[in-house]
Design a protein around this ligand. Structure first.
Ligand code: SF4
Length: 64
């Protein structure tokens, strides 16, 4: 899988634009705080692999 924001665990896309949640939001002059905007195709050195999807069948086998 390509190491880009769209595939990163820190990427969040609430409504339209994507943001990076690798670090806390940064305070702005107007009193609000925001995470930095990123595009799906961006990339940085803090890329983190998305965890694999949960498979309830495998989890059930492991607890039997
Ligand atoms: S900027 Fe880096 S840490 Fe943030 S979503 Fe993109 S690849 Fe992940």
């Amino acid at each position: 899988m390509a190491e880009m924001c769209g595939n990163c665990r820190n990427f969040f896309e609430p409504r339209g634009g994507g943001v990076c949640r690798a670090h806390p939001p940064t305070a702005r002059d107007d009193g609000t705080a925001r995470w930095p905007s990123v595009a799906r195709s961006d990339w940085c050195g803090e890329y983190r692999v998305m965890p694999p999807p949960v498979n309830p069948g495998v989890r059930r086998l492991a607890t039997v």
